[in-house]
Design a protein around this ligand. Structure first.
Ligand SMILES: Nc1ncnc2c1ncn2[C@@H]1O[C@H](COP(=O)(O)OP(=O)(O)OP(=O)(O)O)[C@@H](O)[C@H]1O
Ligand SMILES: [Mg+2]
Length: 292
């Protein structure tokens, strides 16, 4: 097969791992930065240029679209969908999962448990929203947070209000979320490929820190998932229309809570921790779906 890998940075571990897994299995790989792709829209004749070259004869695309280029990345995927090319992530699913608010709304509407979450567009309503979420501690989170940056634990409504006002002042939307103390600074990343959990890890924050992001110094080890955790991870992935996802779960007294579903999950942490060839699983999934 000829597989197009869309990635802003070919040197990234995840990109390299995917390219290697594809080549090992005898596939041809084109690696290209999606921000250097050009779209030609015309009735009945969608086309994509990688730089100056017309893209032809590609069997599948693996989009690795980061948070900095979601909208254009999704437009590129949509164009490829129009050209009938198999994609490991659908444009609509990417957009739904990437938006924390949309993602939470959809999952809760489908009966999956999530941390109770409130949002207000202006400063005026946020104290009221806070009252609905907590009488004490809560998490204030930038809608655009990544790597734990913009995820803040506040002790009181007053503190929460100050943080919300500060973010609104600089034009950033935030949400206020129930703080899941039971998680004890850890979360679970369950990696789903084609309706199966192919690897799972616990990430544990540094002492004194509640954010379990690896970028914030967290450590990780293999997770043993409960049937309930497996069920919620697979359901969340399916509901969002994803085939490949990194599902983040908080363990709480009332059961597993979905924190986030990542449509372009990194491979370094999960492959390093579990020693599973996740990139290989992704390529095998494509081989199964694309009849060639
Ligand atoms: N409501 C919460 N209760 C307890 N811990 C939380 C809560 N929300 C977030 N955390 C902790 O903070 C970490 C970062 O939060 P989150 O995953 O929501 O944002 P992010 O990592 O910045 O975003 P992204 O995962 O998209 O990069 C989580 O992994 C988790 O350990
Ligand atoms: Mg996260």
């Amino acid at each position: 097969m000829k597989i197009l890998v869309l990635s802003r940075n070919g040197a990234l571990y995840s990109t390299q791992s995917i390219v290697k897994a594809a080549k090992v299995r005898g596939h041809e790989v084109i690696l290209f930065d999606h921000l250097h792709c050009n779209i030609i829209i015309e009735k009945g004749k969608p086309q994509l240029l990688t730089g100056h070259d017309l893209l032809e004869d590609v069997d599948a695309v693996i989009p690795r679209i980061g948070a900095s280029a979601t909208a254009y990345g999704a437009a590129i995927i949509r164009q490829l969908e129009g050209m009938g090319i198999f994609t490991t992530v659908a444009s609509d699913a990417l957009l739904k999962a990437r938006d924390k608010l949309t993602c939470m709304q959809i999952l809760a509407a489908h009966g999956l448990d999530v941390p109770k979450t409130g949002i207000s567009a202006g400063d005026t309503c946020s104290p009221t929203v806070y009252d609905h979420i907590s009488t004490g501690r809560a998490v204030v989170k930038l809608l655009s947070s990544t790597q734990g940056l913009g995820v803040i634990l506040v002790d009181s409504k007053n503190q929460g209000q100050s943080v919300v006002e500060g973010f609104h002042r600089v034009g950033q939307d935030v949400l206020i979320q129930e703080f899941i103390e039971d998680a004890k600074g850890s979360d679970i990343r369950a990696f789903v490929v084609d309706g199966q959990i192919v690897g799972a890890m616990v990430r544990q924050a540094l002492p004194g820190e509640f954010r379990s992001n690896i970028h914030r110094g967290a450590s990780s080890y293999i997770a043993d998932l409960s049937p309930e955790e497996i069920d919620i991870a697979l359901k969340a992935t399916k509901i969002l229309g994803l085939d490949i996802a990194g599902v983040d779960i908080l363990r709480s007294k009332r059961g597993p809570l979905i924190l986030e579903v990542n449509a372009s999950p990194g491979l370094e942490g999960i492959e390093g921790t579990t020693k599973v060839d996740i990139a290989g699983k992704i390529i095998e999934f494509i081989e199964k779906r694309v009849n060639k």
